[in-house]
Design a protein around this ligand. Sequence first.
Ligand code: ZN
Length: 506
Amino acid sequence: MARVPTDGINGDLGPLGDRLATIGDLHSAASVLAWDRQTYMPQGGVTGRAEQLATLARVAHEMLVSPETGRLLAEARQREPGSDEAAFLRLARRERDRAVRLPSRLVAETSRATALAEQAWISARENSDWSPFAPVLERVLDLKKEEASYLDFEHPYDAMLDRYDPGATTRRLRTMFDELKAGIPPLVRDVSARIDEDHAAPLKGGFNEKRQERFGREIISRFGYDWSRGRQDRAVHPFCINFGSPDDVRLTTRFDQMRLSVGLFATCHEAGHALYEQGVNPAYSRTPLSGGVSMGVHESQSRLWENLVARSKPFWAYFGPELRTAFPGAFDGVDPDTIYRAVNAVMPSEIRTEADELTYDLHVLLRFELELALFEDGLAVADLPEAWNAKMEEYLGIVPENDTRGILQDTHWAIGYFGYFPSYTVGNVLSVQLFEAAVDERPEILSEMETGEFGALLGWLRTNVHRHGKKYEPDDLIERSTGRPPETASYLRYLRTKFGELYFLN
Ligand code: ZN
């Protein structure tokens, strides 16, 4: 159904609303260009596209930090606490405060240094050669530390976290990871001792890509992804993207002919992000309230649909038979329970993005500890590979074959995304807290899943999470929707129950 454009909150805020909407449009236009770059743009477009993106970013930044925006924000009258307009002002002020503190020289240098580092990372990864990448990464790290020095946080790493998860602090993450560190490694050890065969075997072999795509589209259509307000394309690194409103939310995925789970779970994961964005109150479009509230909450949505739904027993009760139809001959005589075991096979491995649900957080824990050591000056960039391998051995019992499959596997550090990794684990933890709250309130969610229906679940998420966009701070949102602050206990209990049963631990 088409929506009538609304000037809701922006209209109410007059010239300030218009100005923020224009800045939002610049960012949205940049996102369209970024989407194109990662999907259809020919290789030759790289340089020109980098210039276009830099120009849009610069113009948006200039408008945000301009004295005119400052004046409009300073003169805006107080709004009723708890109103959309009050949230608008809080978010706009925070965004501008952060932007004005950073010298434009630093912003430009960071953009240049990360572009160079990304290139250096690509070739270092290809050649599995850390040494030429190290000095380039060191430069990026220095710039990020300088950035932290201009921002007012208790701990320099907090300045990194705040960008992705407002309210997240080093102190809180330490507590969270300490709790997970006490709970997950012993469970991984117990499970590992029980691995007698490759439970994932049924998902390996030759799977036609067209069929994989069709099956994935069927699943996410049933989840409730609205194709009239989105589309799916292919990308090397799958992502979900939107353009300042819930009316055009695109996802990308990738397929591996030999491993069905790669495309299947990438599709479900990105659809979780997309359902969130499609569910935001349309009145928030082109305002600072549009979009998901934080990376942690965003990941809670993607991981909820990927793990709590698509790796669950009720899900495969319905989709097991569907899978047999989708891939004729490939699953003859394979019952839903075997598929449930296959999609949950635990196998400590080198690569984070391919990790199973149980060992995934150990990959994040390792990155969190290394990032923290870098920001506390307790670790030199030159010593990273050694520190990486030592932690891999400690937490996962394996030493990567080479740096490509070790320290060079992720692009995050090269592009300056320090403080981003913890969001993945925050998302895992929140996904269980939210799912349990949803099932508590709407017990029919589980029986619906057995029939391939997800209306009750999506409805609950829409009402309690999606609709609010950035209106509430992440912690407030979680407390409002689940009745308690974020906590790890439910998550650990869930992992113990699920994998205890799968691997006959009791
Ligand atoms: Zn994600």
